[in-house]
Design a protein. Sequence first.
Lengths: 430, 430
Amino acid sequence: MRYTQLFGKTVKNVSSDLESRNAELLTKAGFVDQLTAGVYTYLPLGLRVLNRIKDIVREEMDAIGGQEILMPALTPKEPWKISGRWDDPGREVMFQFEGHGDKEYALGWTHEEIVTPLVKKFVKSYKDLPVMVYQIQDKFRNEARAKAGLLRGREFSMKDLYSFHRDEAGLVAYYEKTKQAYFNVFKRCGLDAFIVRASGGTFSKYSDEYQVLTDSGEDTIFYCSACRYAENKEVAEMKGGDKCPKCKDGTIIEARAIEVGNIFMNKTKYTDAFDFKYIDETGKPQPVMMGCYGIGPSRVMGTIAEIYNDANGLKWPASIAPCDLHLIEIKSKDEKVREQATALYGALMQTGLEVLYDDREDKGAGEKFADADLIGIPKRIVISEKTLKDESVEIKDRATGETKMVKLVDLGKELEHYFGGCGCGEEHQH
Amino acid sequence: MRYTQLFGKTVKNVSSDLESRNAELLTKAGFVDQLTAGVYTYLPLGLRVLNRIKDIVREEMDAIGGQEILMPALTPKEPWKISGRWDDPGREVMFQFEGHGDKEYALGWTHEEIVTPLVKKFVKSYKDLPVMVYQIQDKFRNEARAKAGLLRGREFSMKDLYSFHRDEAGLVAYYEKTKQAYFNVFKRCGLDAFIVRASGGTFSKYSDEYQVLTDSGEDTIFYCSACRYAENKEVAEMKGGDKCPKCKDGTIIEARAIEVGNIFMNKTKYTDAFDFKYIDETGKPQPVMMGCYGIGPSRVMGTIAEIYNDANGLKWPASIAPCDLHLIEIKSKDEKVREQATALYGALMQTGLEVLYDDREDKGAGEKFADADLIGIPKRIVISEKTLKDESVEIKDRATGETKMVKLVDLGKELEHYFGGCGCGEEHQH
């Protein structure tokens, strides 16, 4: 992609409403644009990051047997009345409104009330279970305050997986599988997530949250530095400085954290509400056990931006970066520089790597370097009269700041070393 | 994909609210499920078709320089007040509602009011033009009636492209490019679309609609059987039986049709409303010229379902089919049939083709054949005791009904003949 053609450039001055670090950085770097509080447009670079996160989530959900569907965001009142959530939490959380014929709707902020009757239509007997379905979709919440950028939006991207089982043992076994799949998602996105015991609602004593440590987090957690056992302050039975009650070894630390995912066993809360039963081997109706599992890709993106940055800008992990390489041509009177830069851009694109090529003729090296730091693509390649004198380019690692000169003839080998065959920045096999 | 594992099976009896052929077929075949009038869930097979259509649209938009972004569906009142559309068409078309702090919102039913101020932020001078941006997103319309399945939804998928130019010549040149790109989209989806002259709104005399002939269409068009010149009845200056005014040769035919896309030159209607100007080479502010281009992927899917079917079910074009092959194992006491079917399923998956494998043990040949016809995957492969006696399988083409026996050893060659290298069912190079 040529920078001169790219829609959504770096922005010098951003609105002071952007009271969060992630929104400020993502706006300055040209990844998102705030339409109104808690509501963002994803510009081309931002949409690439969001889509790479969604792809990782999708792969991990598919790997544990999740089947992707797409439920509507526009939902009728009736199923919410059945569960009781039309009135509680009601308008505090749900955007509710009327359409033609006085028909009442709410925007989906979660989908238990939609997925439960849907799955009920297709499940009659024990032979039809388990069912694991998920969707990746924008959800809507009538937030009273929305000043945390992508961390708390009024419209936000969500992956919600729902599982249905014939008994609690089946639910628990699948719950443990998703626990691991969630870890995989966060690890692949560059996030070191703690599994944190949290409040479980009506039908379970506890749920599990995935929390990432950062001072800008809205939650307070207590965690053990040795065994990583952790509790949300809301339900914590331990406090900072305690000996860890689990491993009896580490010390408990209090910290701020961002919740990036959560998993629940709702058990029969919704299946009972919708009278969803299955027929067992003996012909008897039995309750269906349900689990719910959420990850917000946009919140994950905001969290990565909060954590992977420095004073100069963003520092994307390679696995979800908008591009692999940021190629900078330093303007020269010698036409050979442009020729070589263009040829190099073409050659790099041929390898399957994604390249942002700063081909601006009216900007100097300083501004180009500053923009590259702000945008935060993992590897920067500089080509200039000076590097070409040595038949080389300079490669800089955004994360470590290390630079090295690489001969043009050796560049292919060097990049293969960084990116492997597929250029995705991940170690696994596609 | 194994049919026993698939979420969303064929359905015998469907609700009589489904007053359209597309909704009835897609529901019976397990592709969609109606949540409420005009609002559908996409089940796994349906989501595959929808995503393949979106991918074709995306490729064609990228090919004409469109850059993908993602704007919010939740939009504030203010930009709609500026254009005047908050009040007209207002609530007739837009879902409008309040959130916390008496803030008023509308759900996006089109995005001129959102994209124009967004692009304005990034365009200062003639050097920043043209800009072509698009998104693929669910839109919402407060339809009074929604009984046409995927053809007229209250929530529906939309690709909307917007282009911004320094002058009318630039707009017209790009408009002609999109005209061709739209043809490519419909052709690749198996649709024979007419470009139909239609009403242009305030700033243009005409717009161009893409219409596909079918009796269930909501529009009436007049077209020339020879040169394909066509006009929507709303603006038509010709009538059925006339000599064609363009080619002077063909005869004009009146027919029902479905609108699957439309393109407009809005020119300065929205750019003026948002005071969006650019600075030309002489330092003078100039008006920005705008074009808008829409295709509804969900409506395209509904249209294909309306056209590609027979009394037994759907007949998907290969390019957007949910799978390439429907493998049917006919139950046998001879365990060799299951063994060979499983081995064949594995081998087919290895080729990169998408296979739906009907592995049900409790269903006979008749029911499996009927479900295969209903689901409408282009090629059906039957493996049974009888075909294996001849070391063969039977291949049936869903569109033509032709069957032939193919030796297992020749199957690879046979499939390569149908699908080529990539298995996508299209002729082009990926």
